[in-house]
Design a protein. Structure first.
Length: 292
């Protein structure tokens, strides 16, 4: 069969077998014992908007905005979170700092639990900037966390800590500081639900975006797509309107933003943050295909 014909056949079979990718396995080898894709681009097709030229169609992305409560008004935290979710935010992002792993002290599991009791139903994404992590993972799981992510440098046993997160009913992930290599992912992709790329050095809100994070996002996107797994790619630090499109085109699908959202509230908006969330959605809609 000519190469063009083989690609056409692969496309037809790929559409039928795409659901098999949910288990993180490559259906081409499982079903046929050979890889049907061209040798120079062995990624499976039929998932995540990928085509043979290695481009991801942004219109097929499930973009998620994750407002960080670190920049909210803590005197009215329940109201703030209710408003930002009603305005179109998707995930509530917790920055948990211990004044040990990072030079700041923020919130603990009681705040997470309080928001659940307040009626917050949205997913809660807990980013642990603490050391060690194993002691506090069960506490945040019991408090209502959806995702629990941590830094590989903050635990002696990465695999064990990732497994602990899942054992307590949460989705697990690793966080990478600007100078931390993605090599930690090599043997734990099967235990990862989210990869968080830090575009600032952790510890304080309101910092400027580090441009080198775009390169790391592209590398992480390639790892995710090559794995065939359903893993979210989040970015945190200095994300705002003027760089949101570039960040999306680098491969991110989940965007943590604190001061850019909570400092842009308008009393005239129905839910205070409608205008800024709408503007962010408009920027994401402009994002084109990303080379992975």
């Amino acid at each position: 069969m000519a190469l063009a014909g083989r690609e056409a056949a692969s496309l037809r079979v790929g559409r039928a077998l795409a659901p098999r990718l949910a288990n993180g396995k490559n259906p081409w080898r499982n079903c046929f014992g050979i890889l049907l894709g061209p040798a120079e681009n062995p990624r499976p097709i039929g998932y995540s908007g990928l085509s043979w030229n290695g481009r991801r169609t942004m219109s097929q992305q499930d973009y998620q905005l994750a407002p960080s409560i670190l920049s909210a008004d803590f005197a009215r935290l329940g109201e703030e979170v209710t408003n930002v979710i009603a305005a179109g935010g998707d995930i509530v992002h917790f920055d948990v700092m211990d004044n040990h792993y990072v030079p700041n002290l923020t919130v603990g599991p009681l705040v997470c639990e309080a928001l659940r009791k307040h009626g917050i139903k949205a997913e809660i994404d807990v980013h642990l900037m603490v050391k060690p992590v194993d002691r506090i993972i069960p506490d945040f799981a019991a408090a209502g966390a959806t995702y629990i992510t941590f830094h590989p440098e903050a635990t002696e046993h990465i695999d064990r800590s990732l497994s602990m997160v899942r054992e307590h009913g949460c989705k697990s992930g690793l966080v990478f500081n600007p100078a931390t290599s993605l090599d930690y992912l090599r043997y734990v992709m099967d235990k990862i639900d989210m990869i968080l790329i830090m575009s600032v050095n952790p510890g304080f809100p309101g910092q400027q975006f580090i441009p080198a994070a775009l390169t790391k996002l592209r590398e992480a996107r390639r790892l995710i797509d090559d794995s065939g797994r359903n893993i979210r790619l989040e970015v945190d630090g200095g994300v705002k309107l003027d760089n949101l499109r570039a960040v999306a085109e680098a491969g991110a699908d989940t965007f943590v933003s604190g001061s850019a959202i909570f400092n842009a509230g308008k009393p005239g908006d129905p839910h205070r943050y409608d205008s800024i969330i709408k503007a962010m959605r408009a920027e994401l809609a402009k994002a084109g295909a990303v080379r992975v």
